[in-house]
Design a protein around this ligand. Structure first.
Ligand code: KDO
Length: 334
């Protein structure tokens, strides 16, 4: 049996240790933790925008939030974020149209090529009645709330070897890497290529070693992820004016008071605005940059791509789930 003096010293030491370890987490717990996960590489605008989010929130609500930014898919793999949010393991991310379309099929209209025409139109669509209606469904069905729309850029085809590409027929047999879900793969095939699924983080090596012949991404991501180091050509197909939706889990949103909700929304809007301004500016300058890096930047017959891709979607099951009149409403949004 331990003698009483040892016991009391142990008890005291134990209590002190417990106090020591508890004091810090107790303080940290006072802050609301917002975990963010994204596959974006640090140098891309939609990675840097999270720092804007964090700083905006730290200014508007000092000491209230602990914003934790995880880039490079280091917390959750690409596409796994919405499920993690529904489980309560993640508070914020950017979701793609294709992530949403898995649960909200009508959203697939925004995964289709040549539907949205410009970044400005994209903002009007999602900040207007179409966005309000569709985001309501997203919130109900996915238990996440889109807060702001970040322009990811206009997707272009980026090839490992030089190729004369004018029409979709010229991409026949090209193993074109696409993100790994069925909507993305459909788009790659609709471009005339053989769509090959691969996570974003594996694309650089895939291009370097030749397991894929090319990939599609907006020019700022081709720069930020350094795909230009391992490719020779960019074909300006401009097939998808792509967007990412800054979204918060409803589980997290429901724990906030009205003032905090407003501040989180404002921070997300500031982050998206920062991303959108910088990305649009950079996109206009990158063709010159890639040429200087020794790439060939070529312009195909975009009309031929548009017609063929649109026909492929119209003749598919996708068009069947698009709400009647939505395409006209999108086209009428100027
Ligand atoms: C990609 O994997 O090609 C893609 O551009 C798809 C987007 O939806 C988005 O996930 C993006 O990658 C990542 O944020 C990395 O930039």
């Amino acid at each position: 049996m331990a003698n009483p003096s040892t016991l009391s010293r142990r008890t005291l030491l134990g209590a002190a240790a417990a106090l020591g370890t508890m004091a810090l987490p107790a303080l940290a717990q006072a802050k609301i933790v917002l975990r963010i996960s994204t596959p974006a590489v640090p140098d891309d605008w939609h990675a840097k925008m999270w720092t804007v989010f964090k700083e905006t929130l730290e200014k508007s609500a000092p000491g209230e939030f602990d914003v934790q930014i995880n880039l490079n898919a280091s917390l959750f793999k690409q596409g796994a974020e919405p499920a993690a949010m529904a489980r309560g393991n993640l508070e914020l991310t950017t979701v793609s149209a294709s992530d949403i379309a898995k649960i909200v099929p009508e959203f697939s209209i925004f995964t289709a090529g040549y539907i949205v025409h410009s970044p400005a139109q994209q903002q009007k669509i999602f900040n207007g009645p179409i966005g309000t209606e569709m985001f309501k469904t997203v919130s109900e069905k996915m238990d996440i709330t889109p807060l702001a729309t970040a322009y990811l850029g206009t997707r272009q085809v980026n090839l490992r070897e030089l190729r004369n590409v004018k029409t979709p027929a010229d991409l026949k047999g090209v193993k074109l890497r696409m993100p790994g879900s069925k909507d993305w793969l459909f788009l790659g095939d609709a471009l005339g290529a053989t769509a090959t699924p691969l996570a974003f983080g594996e694309v650089y090596l895939g291009l370097k070693t030749g397991t894929i012949d090319g990939q599609d991404n907006p020019l700022p991501s081709v720069r930020a992820a350094k795909f230009y180091e391992v490719t020779k050509q960019i074909v300006l197909t401009s097939h998808l004016v792509d967007g990412l939706f800054i979204a918060v889990s409803n589980k997290s949103l429901n724990t906030l008071n009205a003032g905090q909700k407003q501040k989180v929304l404002a921070a997300a809007q500031a982050a998206a605005a920062y991303n959108n301004d910088n990305r649009v500016k950079e996109e206009a300058q990158l063709v010159e940059f890639f040429k200087k890096e020794g790439l060939q930047v070529t312009t195909p017959d975009v009309e031929a791509f548009r017609k063929s891709v649109q026909a492929t979607y119209q003749n598919s099951d996708y068009a069947k789930v698009w709400p009647k009149g939505l395409l006209d409403r999108i086209n009428a949004t100027k």
